[in-house]
Design a protein around this ligand. Structure first.
Ligand SMILES: [Ca+2]
Ligand SMILES: [Ca+2]
Length: 220
């Protein structure tokens, strides 16, 4: 009887291992951080359209409104995927998903080798029962999350819009893993911001980047 039980246990274990080992889960073989830039050393090598300013004591690349910022990372080690991590500052009155043809949607995106791989919206608005402009982040567009969901830091100060409707600045960490081969990668960050009723759309809403990281991954 004991032997029968043992045999049954071995059989169940075998079936479990067979099922779990054949499931389609990618296995991470290696991950190497190959590029990290928080602009503290003013390193703008291989950038296009980069400019720096200091926000709350931190040197960042910015600010932008309907512009793109590009960096090339060269001589990557062997890999078949990249992990891209970007810390984005959303300054002032971003309007999220609102689709009124005047205020938004307010999109932020990035491209890998000129192909868009990520698109979301941010909302810095207040959220009360009678008024709340949702944002897609932490997911990609289109999702209906509350303003500032997933922020890693919020600041009471905006960059420009300093009046009674100052909506501050919100920092988000955008991360995505993308299949990639080849020795070099071109990373392009950009926005499609809309604010037709503002005297200065650039003052009304803009963005900056406080850190960029690229990791080379080998995945099976
Ligand atoms: Ca706005
Ligand atoms: Ca807007």
């Amino acid at each position: 009887m004991l032997q029968v039980r043992r045999l049954i246990t071995i059989l169940i274990t075998y079936i479990f291992l067979t099922v779990t080992s054949s499931s389609c889960v990618d296995e991470l073989l290696s991950e190497t951080l190959v590029y990290s830039n928080n602009f503290s050393t003013l390193d703008l090598r291989n950038f296009t359209n980069a400019r720096l300013f200091v926000f709350q004591g931190d040197t960042v690349a910015g600010f932008y409104h309907n512009e793109e910022l590009t960096v090339k990372v060269l001589e990557l080690p062997p890999h078949n995927a990249l992990r891209i991590t970007i810390d984005v500052l959303a300054h002032d009155s971003w309007d999220g998903n609102v689709d009124d043809g005047i205020s938004g949607p307010d999109f932020w995106y990035f491209k890998i080798d000129d192909e868009e791989v990520y698109r979301t919206t941010f909302s810095n608005t207040v959220c009360v029962s009678s008024f709340c402009l949702r944002q897609s982040f932490p997911q990609e567009y289109f999702r209906q999350n509350f303003p500032k969901t997933g922020a890693i830091q919020t600041y009471n100060v905006g960059r420009c819009n300093t009046g009674p409707n100052n909506l501050g600045t919100t920092k988000y960490r955008v991360t995505k893993i993308i299949p990639h081969f080849g020795n070099d990668v071109k990373l392009t960050m950009g926005d499609e911001l809309l604010q037709l009723n503002a005297n200065s759309p650039l003052c009304d809403e803009s963005w900056s980047v406080s850190k960029i990281e690229v990791s080379a991954m080998e995945v099976r």
